[in-house]
Design a protein around this ligand. Structure first.
Ligand code: 13P
Ligand code: SF4
Length: 308
């Protein structure tokens, strides 16, 4: 519920957006009050599309670091701001350019497809990127005569190879999102026993054994769309519990059970209204990707956008 302090922040944020020709892009995992002041609320693919299309002078990214870097790569002449310093995604940190270079040397005939949860310095070495929303389409569009070197999430790699039959080589071998790894098969089985009529929806960052027991797997945006459109009244949601809370608001006639209320991506909850206002006032914290890396990273991102 909003209080007077929140209302004050919201008014000033809206005024600053107008004065400075700024927009706010927020990921689906952000706090509800941040989503409410955002111009675009979406999964990573929607944020990339919005960053690619905007004509704003200032782009405030409420998400994690690779999302802000992607906006900076696509907008070298605009100011990209993050309301927090070091909003690191621990999955993106698992793939260094050096690891990727070594893997490319070891697999010289492969094409490199990276999950967008990677730093621009790694994306600069890739042939293409994808998100959970377009992973299958993009993987199918890659050269079928070569294996795909895919990183940094081995669970997303499992999801792609299972559905497309493509040969994927995971780099690193065990890269994974620490938040989605918390969803164990035992927890899912217990939740299904407690809610036997519920459809199970999951993000492809979930463990393979969890993926194998779902009714739907997709991106955060895909999960929201599926739950809204599905002819079912109850859902077990295997991703950040904020998605269940968002769905409860948007589809009040349906019931959503997060696998656990404790399942939250902590970095996504750091931006607050006060921090967003301060970011717009001070135009900080500026996200800058060195030009050489940005120029190289833009190519695989543009290729993904063309394929989507
Ligand atoms: P989406 O691309 O599905 O929005 O997910 C991003 C993410 O980091 C999920 O953990
Ligand atoms: Fe990164 Fe996992 Fe958080 Fe997604 S949920 S932003 S992959 S840590």
């Amino acid at each position: 519920m909003q209080n007077n302090t929140d209302n004050g922040h919201i008014e000033r944020i809206e005024q600053l957006k107008r004065e400075k020709n700024a927009i706010i892009l927020a990921h689906n995992y952000e706090r509800p009050e941040i989503r409410a002041v955002a111009d675009v609320v979406s999964g990573s693919l929607g944020l990339a599309e919005a960053a690619n299309e905007t004509s704003a002078d200032i782009i405030v990214v409420c998400g994690v670091d690779f999302m802000a870097e992607m906006a900076a790569v696509m907008n070298p002449d605009r100011k990209v701001i993050s309301p927090v310093r070091n909003a690191t995604c621990p999955l993106a940190q698992q793939l260094s350019p050096r690891k990727l270079r070594d893997a490319k040397r070891a697999n010289p005939n492969s094409e490199v497809l990276l999950y967008m949860n990677a730093h621009a310095s790694a994306i600069a070495l890739a042939d293409c990127v994808c998100t959970a929303a377009n992973a299958l389409t993009v993987a199918e569009a890659m050269d079928h005569s070569s294996p795909i070197l895919f990183g940094p999430d081995r669970c997303v790699s499992y999801y792609i190879s299972k559905r497309t039959g493509r040969e994927l080589i995971a780099v690193p071998e065990n890269g994974a999102c620490p938040v989605h790894q918390k969803i164990s098969l035992e927890a899912l089985i217990a939740a299904k026993a407690a809610h036997p009529r519920a459809k199970v929806v999951a993000h492809p960052e979930c463990r393979p054994e969890v993926q194998d027991r779902t009714d739907y797997i997709g991106s955060t945006g895909g999960i929201v769309k599926f739950c809204k459109e599905a002819d079912a009244g109850e859902f077990l949601v295997a991703t950040d519990s904020g998605v269940s809370r968002m769905l409860e608001k948007e589809s009040p006639e349906k019931t959503f059970y997060p696998i656990s209320d404790a399942l939250v991506c902590p970095r996504m909850k750091v931006p607050t209204l006060a921090k967003v206002e301060a970011a717009l006032v001070n135009e900080k914290f500026r996200v800058v990707v060195p030009q050489e890396i940005a120029d190289a990273a833009r190519i695989p991102i543009e290729r993904m956008l063309e394929l989507s």
